[in-house]
Write a protein that binds this ligand. Sequence first.
Ligand code: GAL
Length: 676
Amino acid sequence: MQTQTFQWREMTLGVCYYPEHWPKALWREDLRRMKEVGISAVRVAEFAWAIFEPCEGDFHFDFFDEFLDLCEEEKVKVILGTPTATPPAWLTEKYPEVLNALRDGTLLRHGARRQYTYNSPVYRRLSARIVEQLARHYGQHSAVVGWQIDNELNCETDEFYSEADHAAFRAFVQNKYGTLDALNEAWGTVFWSETYTDWSQVHCPRPVLNGGYNPHLLLDYSRFVSESCISFAKMQADIIREHKKPGDFITTNGLFGNLDNHRLQNEALDVYCYDSYPDFAFELDKSPKTSTDLNDRKWSRNLIETRSVCPHFGIMEQQSGGGGWVNRMEMPAPRPGQLTLWAMQSVAQGADFISFFRWRTCTFGTEMYWHGILDYDNRDNRKLAEVREFSRLLRTLDGVCGAENVAAFALLKDYDNEWDARLDAFHRRIKKHSEAEIFAASELNHTPYDAVYLTDGTEPQALSKYAVAIYPHPVIMTEKRAKLLKAYVENGGTLIVGCRAGLKDIRGQEVMLPQPGLLQELTGTDVRDFTFTSPGEDNDPGTPIWNDILTPLDGTAVLDTYKTSYYKGEASLTEHRLGRGRVLHLGSAFSRDRVCKLFAYTGILEPFSAWVTAPEGVELVMRENAGRSFIFALNFQPYEQTITLKKPSILLYTGERAEGDIILPPFGTAVFEEQD
Ligand code: GAL
């Protein structure tokens, strides 16, 4: 279970605002215009270190005092960012040891952001000091309602190679393994004469030929980066907690790599916030060209991940305009309706707080093409009108605030496998494919899921509410996790695993066991042969990647067989009953077609169909609160689509009764409550 110690009590609308980007003469008018469209909170100051501390140890609060006092007067609430994502020039000039480096050791220099490393003792000291100063000064300010730590931890880069990182990594593995013998064993350093004979020889990854890194070192490096980031965030949270008012929350924003976001939430934060930019789906040159691609709808996948970190999360940055930096990322403006659609997508997936990025587009700097609600000319525009209307719609959804999302199955994940797939091309290919296809099948067939991250400490209750759990490719498996899965199945659960399950141990080394290793007792299968598939060996259309050829053991039924190649006729999908449940073993990666068939076979397909049916192009999401059920219908297409309500319902936006066929306009949304 994740710990969430703060929850919004009503649907709340905010915006990201940068008082330092505008003449003071605009501040009051801006706040009033915000309120007029229903915005009640601003997130500020997350990049303002140079304003608070223009010279070392010389702290100035007058600028933000003036702004926060105005917020107080205008009754706009404030979420205050700690400014550690952007160290001032004096700091990095005087203390270059705080700078992160590229893998080859080249230091990242002043400018841009996130050029620092979590592991520099100097950066920690100076960060702790600025955070302490801010927390002392603003902790009791009545306009403040929350704190954001840093900005998008591990964004821009999630790799660190400064001297401080090499030293910290060395200490991390020394602490983990105790002796060099144990480290050499865990990393298999006898291979290619990599054996370490002194701790000083141990480094973060450094340039090697052809990317031939030691995979076990890389796995520990991911764990190390995550640990470093969490401890940096926790350091800040501990300081803020000493000075903030009870009830004010501590959060951070974004969801990035090499970071155990669940531990970050549990150890440092009260509530988690995500930054949602679905327009990346249409980024020029990267935009998907096929009509079967889910485009901006794919952001639901990130939102589901966020929900797994923190069930009732917020969106600190919700896209409101076309995106772009001067040097990269060219994106179109959201079409009329898309701004609302994207924000409603966040609410549907569990957000109770939406803060748009940003109030007005900056007229200078790297992000002067990252468009906000207002344009440079500051006139009312269609985006502002849409925010006003979204705010009206959001107010009709107060009953949904704090509601639980309803899921038909659990998608099981864990950070060891996340990180193993970063470094292992074989693992990465199947994982990427299967997770995208499972998501697509879930979306197109209106069969929603929760992401559930397993650790060795996960309790069986975390799984027991799901009739079906898909663990697509648990390449790394531990005895504790295998035991948890066994308990889940014996208690009546249906577990589905795909190819290459149980191949490795926690160090990322292959196990010398018949596959699927520690899962064999569960799957009742033996993998005696396996292969990448070649063109023409496309046994499961759309999944030409990998085939484990399954030999069913006693009592295991064959549900499907391979259709081509030298293993034609051998088992490709099996079912093994265990206790009150069963395990399905798929020898390949997952295609959306296969997943849809598995939904049907296990009886979880379209769980809302007695109430509402919809075409593929409409996303359906259900949330439930104290016996009340809500359905979000989101039309991601630029044309009308019709859904059918089979039970009397209320359209919350208007309070009107609704039943039968309902037309959703292009990019239109609707939220219905089931009527008794
Ligand atoms: C986010 C970031 C914001 C802004 C925005 C647009 O990732 O937190 O500060 O940069 O992207 O690029």
